[in-house]
Design a binder for this molecule. Structure first.
Ligand code: SAM
Ligand code: SF4
Length: 342
């Protein structure tokens, strides 16, 4: 009997929600701060959280271990801008060691790329092999307008350094009505000529007071139709497992992904969990529901109360997101994308 219960304890109990989906992928937003202010993401004057409310990097690691013990195999570090967080490489070092021990399959990063040149080699040394870099335009002036003050040369330098260090880079671009529709061909060429996949993201109504999303929103179903008049888009037989649907662009040989949360539902296969910088667990990016883990984490060394909260939250994961944009109505979520980092 004792032997059986020991075995039961050793085998991780997977995090299965009420709709039969198993969570194996955790995204950690390690800071709400950022060196940019992308118009679709943040307002110009942001008030950031006081430091004491933010988990320290050891707490993030402990939390990650608790999730790993419940079957999480992939961790993505995001933000805000994760690379502005002081000593962030020490978290990569701790998680990289877990990767080496076989406790994780993959450790990745989403970044705006402005500080990537400084960290590319260390990221590779800590086991990171793929990074997502956000870049919505190749035009320096438009980049500055979108990010409010960013310098595009920093991103180009970051991409170059990442590739030189051996990291595989994917470009993420938020599709917007207007200039983006004209520039997207150039972005495709830029990414594919450099061996990078490009993923287009539909703008999501997260956060208030940015701009009128009905004016900027560009449906990727429409954009895809437009692109298919100029490019040969060959649907891939196998899906990546994530929310993006990929095609191969025959003319370049590169992959082009579409993330369409508004015009096409991707919730049915969602395997993701997200933790904010304050230690709140969100089981769905498109809902307001959250479960705070920080107090339980700080109450002592016992991981079991934290694990119990995680189990309860996952059991209540909603079936799908709650936002939508139509011509005359925006149903959004109050928190900005920078709380969870995508
Ligand atoms: N700062 C990093 C970056 O920009 O990659 C990581 C965090 S950022 C919030 C993650 C991704 O979310 C970026 O690719 C960004 O373009 C995207 N994003 C931000 N606000 C968005 C919105 N309202 N709709 C769709 N994507 C958004
Ligand atoms: Fe910062 Fe990323 Fe948001 Fe832009 S999208 S403001 S880079 S967190």
């Amino acid at each position: 009997m004792r032997h059986e219960s020991a075995i039961r304890q050793a085998v991780p109990r997977p995090l299965v929600d009420g709709f039969g989906r198993t969570a194996t992928y955790l995204r950690l937003s390690v800071t709400d701060r950022c060196d940019l202010r992308c118009t679709y993401c943040m307002s110009e004057n942001m008030t950031f959280l006081p430091r004491r409310e933010i988990l320290d990097l050891e707490e993030f690691h402990r939390l990650s271990r608790i999730f790993m013990a419940r079957g999480v195999r992939k961790i993505r570090i995001t933000g805000g801008e994760p690379l502005v967080r002081k000593n962030i490489m020490s978290l990569f070092a701790m998680l990289g060691a877990d990767l080496n021990r076989g406790m994780l399959d993959e450790l990745t990063l989403t970044t705006n790329g402005t500080l990537l040149d400084r960290h590319a080699e260390a990221l590779f040394a800590h086991g990171v092999r793929r990074v997502n870099v956000s870049l919505d335009t190749l035009d320096p002036e438009r980049y500055q307008t979108i990010t409010r003050w960013g310098r595009i040369e920093r991103v180009f330098a970051g991409i170059e350094a990442a590739q030189a260090a051996g990291l595989r880079v994917k470009i993420n671009a938020v599709a917007m009505r207007g200039a983006f529709e004209r520039e997207v061909d150039e972005l495709i060429r830029f990414a594919h000529e450099r061996g990078m996949d490009l993923t287009l993201i539909e703008e999501m109504p997260l956060g208030e007071g940015q701009h009128d999303r009905r004016e900027s929103f560009l449906s990727l179903s429409k954009l895809r139709d437009m692109l298919s008049k100029r490019w040969t888009l060959e649907p891939l037989a196998v899906s990546s497992g994530g929310p993006a649907r990929y095609v191969r662009v025959a003319e370049t040989g590169g992959l082009l992904g579409f993330i369409t949360p508004l015009s096409c539902d991707f919730c049915a296969t969602c395997n993701r969990l997200r933790v904010s910088a304050t230690g709140d667990l969100f089981t769905c990016m498109g809902n307001e529901g959250r479960v705070g883990l920080r107090d339980a984490l700080r109450a002592g060394d016992d991981d079991r109360p934290v694990a119990a909260l995680i189990s309860r939250a996952v059991a209540m994961k909603p079936e799908g997101h709650a936002f939508s944009i139509t011509n005359d109505h925006v149903e959004g979520i109050g928190r900005t994308m920078s709380v969870l980092g995508g």
